[in-house]
Design a protein around this ligand. Structure first.
Ligand SMILES: [Zn+2]
Length: 470
């Protein structure tokens, strides 16, 4: 941190209105506007996502495709002209999906579309067959009598609600995260949930779940939305519903992957950094185009545009392709731990990430020292022609920036329209055709402006309250 600069900024702020304290002059604004227009004429983002989804494809953390993605990212950043490209280790347990099958045995036999949840155990090498007990929500399951699910397959059918900002995900996702533990506590031998997604297409939606010590580990899978409807229709007829479930999955020895980092070196203050990025891993079902190939393409392209400027910004712009976000934010946590160990948290001026698909950005939000807010306003003015409003409150840093923010680093958010994000997210339907290249260009413009001006400014974005380790 730079207390002297903060004090100076505060005293100037008191003395003069407008943006006299920000360190951004008309030339800086003009340079940012030119970057914005350059991106809007057509950026490299779509080509980067096309390359990642075509040449690597699905890249489940810890698999050979993960290693391939790391090499791909390093080579891509080098080819795009980053000054320095390097890897940092990230270690985590590896979960592998082998197979998954489900069918109704009675009263109306027919196949079901399911997918195992990330982290789930298998059914023990053979299918299991049992009657189901269906619940409308995780809370309803929790309220079931002790032992009432003995030998049964629990089913939770709560439905995620669609919103532009994705706020329907949080209230629904508990069924996925905690359903297996709660069902096992009541004696269930497996759990099926309605997919935590908004699509009515017949694609099941995966994602992480967890176990706790002292509760039996039972297999957990998601039904596609139409298959969850089908189960509800059968249950409504009042006859016992009996399923067969066959899941092969296992967690194997730890693996070390890497965060891949590319930098545009700052011309005056190279040790101070502004970060943007996305996560390099994906689930194994689709090609990880919107989650999070888009974030990789957007931030690689934005960083590369800044790298093409005749004069680099004052501070270093660091683009981070985070390892294994999907199964527990391992890359973001390792990155934050490494900065803390090196005493570099204070060097982190502003962090942002793109991990909400490929929809257009509509809002700029930030968590910074109030003295730095005028710079955020200035950045917002350059973003306004892109249809982006500056919002003084709300939002958050995102999953991979979260761990360093918990250690005190300031953040910015470019909020994206995620109205259809959960139609594709974590499904086999997350593929390149869902991405509009023009929407990607708008996001590249936004990230380039944000990163460039935050790096060009010499205002101190401050230190946030440090949160206790979880
Ligand atoms: Zn993601």
């Amino acid at each position: 941190m730079h207390p002297v600069r903060t004090l100076l900024a505060l005293s100037l702020l008191a003395a003069a209105p407008a943006f006299a304290t920000t360190g951004l002059d008309a030339g800086d604004i003009a340079a940012a506007e030119a970057l914005r227009e350059r991106a809007m004429r057509g950026s490299e983002a779509w080509n980067v996502v096309e390359s990642l989804t075509t040449e690597v494809g699905p890249r489940l953390a810890g698999t050979p495709a993960d290693a391939k993605a790391v090499q791909w990212a390093k080579a891509k950043m080098q080819a795009m002209g980053f000054d320095k490209v390097y890897l940092e280790p990230v270690t985590f347990p590896v979960w592998l999906r082998q197979h998954e099958r489900a069918e109704v045995l009675a009263p109306y036999p027919q196949p079901l579309v399911v997918t195992a949840l990330g982290g789930s155990v298998g059914t023990g090498g053979a299918p299991i067959e049992a009657e189901i007990v269906a619940f409308a929500s995780l809370d309803a399951l929790k309220a079931a009598p002790e032992g009432s699910l003995e030998g049964k397959i629990a089913v939770i059918t709560n439905r995620m609600v669609r919103f532009k900002d994705g706020r329907g995900y949080g209230p629904a996702v508990g069924a996925r995260s905690n359903g297996a533990v709660e069902a096992a506590r009541k004696g269930a031998i497996a759990i099926l949930i309605r997919s935590i997604g908004t699509s009515s297409d017949r694609f099941a939606h995966t994602g992480t779940m967890r176990y706790v010590a002292d509760v039996p580990r039972i297999p957990a899978a998601a039904l596609s939305n139409p298959d969850a409807d089908l189960i509800e229709h059968m249950v409504a007829r009042g006859k016992p519903v009996r399923l067969r479930l066959d899941i092969g999955a296992e967690t194997v020895a730890d693996y070390t992957s890497h965060n891949v980092i590319g930098e545009i070196r700052g011309r005056d203050l190279p040790d101070e950094v502004v970060t943007i990025g996305g996560h390099l891993d994906s689930w194994d079902l689709g090609t990880g185009a919107i989650d999070d190939g888009a974030g990789i393409g957007i931030t690689f392209a934005a960083g590369a545009l800044i790298g093409q400027l005749e004069r680099a910004p004052r501070r270093t712009v660091r683009v981070i392709a985070y390892a294994n976000e999907e199964q527990g934010l391992y890359g973001g946590k390792a990155y934050a731990e490494a900065r803390a160990a090196a005493g570099e948290i204070g060097a982190h001026q502003l962090g942002a990430e793109s991990d909400f698909g490929a929809g257009r950005v509509y809002a700029l939000r930030a968590g910074v020292d109030p003295a730095a807010w005028p710079v955020i306003e200035q950045i917002g003015q350059v973003l306004a022609p892109l249809g982006i409003a500056t919002e003084r409150s709300g939002g958050g840093p995102g999953p991979d920036v979260g761990p360093i923010v918990a250690k005190g680093a300031p953040w910015a958010q470019l909020a994206q329209d995620g109205i259809d994000y959960f139609d594709y997210h974590h499904t086999a339907n997350d593929t390149l055709d869902k991405i509009d290249p023009r929407a990607l260009d708008q996001q590249v413009a936004a990230y380039a402006v944000l990163a460039y001006l935050a790096a060009e400014s010499d205002v101190d974005f401050g230190t946030l309250p440090v949160k206790a380790d979880d």
